[in-house]
Ligand binder design. Structure first.
Ligand code: HEC
Ligand code: HEC
Ligand code: HEC
Ligand code: HEC
Ligand code: HEC
Ligand code: HEC
Ligand code: HEC
Ligand code: HEC
Ligand code: HEC
Length: 420
């Protein structure tokens, strides 16, 4: 019996298997077991740990070089880790730089995890390393098939946080349909934040109002710079208000076009400032200045369309007002300084629009000259037509006269008849 087992072990260990795992009794034996016990072997084929030269025993203990004592406690075998146990297992290795060959892979996950909401929570449904990364078949987190790849991690987080919110707070599920969620899923734009970009991945946390400004400011650098430059930035540093999220929210953020905000800006300020005071007055001035500039712009656009319809080349006029539009769009960022910085931009846009308007006047003149030339040409054509008509009438009259008188042969025949 003993001899038989040893022979079997020999065969199993040296039987052809997946490359890199041939010399493991764990792989050989488990590969032939039921679904639950062979699944780890199937997934192991694409596991980054296998590629890095690790074996089953690096996580489970045991002796991969033996068959009968492979899983004996004396060879260090432990039962599969459950729940929180995996944190010490995975985190234990991943916190030691000398065990992680790639120096660009961080080694702070366990430390971060234990100090974050998930690690500190006493709830049994709080996620561990294995909940987010799996245990077998682990790939690089940058691989699109990784469960924590940006476009996939959202459904992982939503799986637990879709319903739950503190009372009255906007649900994280609103993210799916907001400007960030749509940009990430529809355009697969990795510059758009997934849940971990705002909450962290290992040290999961709810940012406070100051933290939120830093997070949003990571990507929206222009708005951040204007915001910090103005009285709202000063006030945030002193009191923690106002923050980006007081005006925009955080789950369910909507994109607003410049045309939609005109006439609404002062109302927006009125959420926190009394109508009539300096702050509100600033808002009203932005509303008014931007409103005038935008209607000037749309006037230029429709003028240019008219010109083009009558054949005028409007390229130069168009270039100027397009440049002005870019400057006006920047006012949406400059608003965040809530002082007069927006005026500089509308001022520059106005200079461009005036130049565009001057060209429009030149085009008008050109259009006038074109009209006179066209009129003269039309008159000439009419005169020629009239002349042709007159000539035609003359020919017709001549033919009629001939018809009445009849042809010479007919006259001759009549004379002969009379003679008879
Ligand atoms: C000769 C076959 C054989 C070898 C060799 C073997 N296993 Fe197993 N292993 C089994 C069987 C059978 C089970 C299922 C036991 C059960 O369900 O009670 C099992 C169960 C396990 C489990 C699940 C235990 C639990 O807690 O539920 C782990 C983990 C495991 N093996 C790891 C290993 C590792 C690591 C090695 C190599 C060091 C190894 N096995 C070698 C046959 C083997
Ligand atoms: C990176 C660490 C790691 C490596 C390497 C690893 N495992 Fe596991 N394994 C775990 C963890 C964690 C669990 C428990 C959580 C789970 O069930 O996913 C587990 C569970 C298991 C189970 C129990 C499955 C069940 O559903 O109860 C088996 C069997 C098993 N592993 C076999 C293996 C075999 C065979 C290998 C080598 C091919 C291997 N493991 C390599 C971490 C690892
Ligand atoms: C709530 C889900 C979640 C939990 C729990 C979690 N991770 Fe992660 N992990 C992520 C996400 C998302 C990323 C990718 C973004 C990043 O690198 O921060 C990641 C990245 C990683 C990376 C790659 C880091 C790098 O620099 O490339 C490692 C290694 C890692 N996690 C290990 C762990 C370990 C070990 C644990 C347990 C202590 C753990 N993770 C717990 C979600 C999680
Ligand atoms: C014996 C040490 C060890 C253990 C235990 C271990 N890992 Fe790893 N892990 C590694 C090594 C080595 C790499 C490859 C590192 C590299 O080259 O970047 C790696 C890579 C990873 C990566 C990919 C990192 C990246 O760059 O994208 C993740 C995710 C990961 N491990 C998660 C886990 C999880 C989850 C567990 C527990 C189930 C675990 N590890 C247990 C050593 C270990
Ligand atoms: C397996 C379920 C589960 C998954 C997956 C999960 N979480 Fe959690 N999360 C929890 C639990 C449980 C808590 C702790 C709640 C408590 O203790 O009150 C928590 C807490 C949090 C908190 C703190 C909430 C608060 O009010 O203090 C944030 C933020 C958070 N998770 C974000 C994330 C993000 C981002 C992801 C995805 C990378 C994620 N979670 C994945 C279950 C989960
Ligand atoms: C653009 C940044 C951003 C993104 C993306 C984001 N959140 Fe949040 N989230 C926040 C902010 C900011 C707060 C805290 C607001 C406050 O002060 O109450 C928050 C609060 C939370 C809370 C605490 C409970 C609550 O509802 O107030 C949880 C849980 C949470 N988010 C989960 C998620 C999940 C899951 C996702 C992905 C589906 C996600 N968040 C996407 C910024 C974001
Ligand atoms: C006092 C209210 C308020 C605060 C605080 C605020 N915003 Fe805004 N934000 C606005 C208004 C009003 C607009 C213009 C209307 C719009 O596009 O939604 C705007 C526009 C934006 C836009 C769109 C700009 C564009 O070009 O389309 C972004 C991005 C933005 N804000 C980000 C931020 C960030 C990041 C912060 C924090 C640093 C912040 N906002 C703070 C009111 C605010
Ligand atoms: C990881 C980068 C990133 C983070 C962090 C981020 N955003 Fe965004 N945000 C984007 C991208 C990408 C878009 C898509 C539209 C674009 O290209 O500007 C966007 C769009 C927006 C828009 C709509 C802009 C428009 O055109 O009207 C607003 C408002 C906005 N974000 C506010 C915020 C706020 C508030 C926060 C913080 C709570 C935040 N964002 C955090 C990248 C980010
Ligand atoms: C979410 C609340 C909030 C909104 C909305 C808001 N502010 Fe403020 N604002 C503050 C706080 C808080 C301060 C600092 C305390 C103070 O001086 O009243 C401040 C201060 C100011 C100041 C400097 C102090 C003063 O009263 O002269 C100006 C100017 C200002 N805001 C303009 C605006 C404009 C313009 C808008 C609309 C685009 C706006 N604010 C919208 C909260 C807000």
């Amino acid at each position: 019996m003993r001899v038989c087992l040893v022979a079997a072990a020999f065969l199993l260990i040296f039987a052809p298997g997946v490359q890199g795992m041939t010399a493991s009794s764990c792989v050989s034996c488990h590969g032939a077991l039921d679904q639950r016990n062979s699944e780890p072997v199937r997934l192991w084929e694409t596991d980054l740990h296998m590629e890095s030269g690790l074996g089953c025993h690096d996580c489970h203990g045991g002796d991969p070089g033996s068959i009968d004592s492979a899983m004996s406690p004396s060879s260090g075998f432990k039962t599969a880790p459950s729940g929180r146990e995996s944190v010490q297992l995975c985190g234990g290795c991943h916190s030691q730089a000398d065990r992680i060959p790639d120096p660009t892979t961080a080694t702070d996950q366990m430390h971060q995890y234990l100090s974050g909401s998930h690690g500190r929570s006493s709830r049994s449904d709080s996620p561990t390393c294995v909940t987010c990364h799996g245990s077998h078949g682990i790939t690089r987190v940058s691989a699109p098939s990784s469960p924590v790849f940006p476009t996939r991690v959202v459904s992982l987080c939503i799986g637990c946080h879709g319903e739950e919110t503190a009372s009255g707070q906007p649900s994280p599920a609103l993210y799916l349909d907001d400007v960030h969620g749509r940009t990430l899923s529809a355009a697969a734009n990795p510059r758009s934040p997934a849940c971990p970009d705002c909450h962290g991945s290992h040290r999961a946390a709810v940012p406070d109002t100051r933290g939120a400004v830093m997070i949003c400011g990571n990507c929206h650098t222009m708005e951040y710079a204007y915001f910090q430059d103005g009285p709202h930035g000063d006030s945030l540093a002193r009191t923690g208000e106002p923050s980006c999220i007081h005006c925009h929210g955080y789950h369910g953020i909507v994109a607003t076009g410049i045309d939609e905000i005109i006439g609404q800006i002062a109302d927006n300020c009125q959420g926190c400032h009394q109508a009539g005071n300096t702050a509100w007055e600033t808002g009203r001035k932005i509303d008014e200045g931007l409103g005038v500039a935008m209607s000037f712009l749309s006037g230029l656009v429709s003028k240019s369309e008219d010109f083009r319809a009558s054949g005028v080349d409007t390229a130069e006029m168009d270039r100027l007002y397009r440049e002005a539009r870019v400057q006006l769009l920047q006012v949406e960022s400059a608003i965040h300084s809530v002082d007069s910085q927006w005026e500089e931009l509308t001022g520059m846009a106005k200079v461009k629009m005036m130049a565009s308007w001057d060209l429009a006047r030149d085009y008008n003149l050109e259009k006038g000259i074109r009209r006179v030339v066209l009129l003269l040409m039309a008159l000439l054509a009419a005169a020629i037509l009239a002349l042709l008509f007159y000539k035609l009438k003359l020919v017709e009259k001549d033919q009629q006269r001939r018809h009445l008188l009849g042809s010479p042969e007919a006259m001759q025949r009549e004379q002969e008849y009379r003679r008879k």
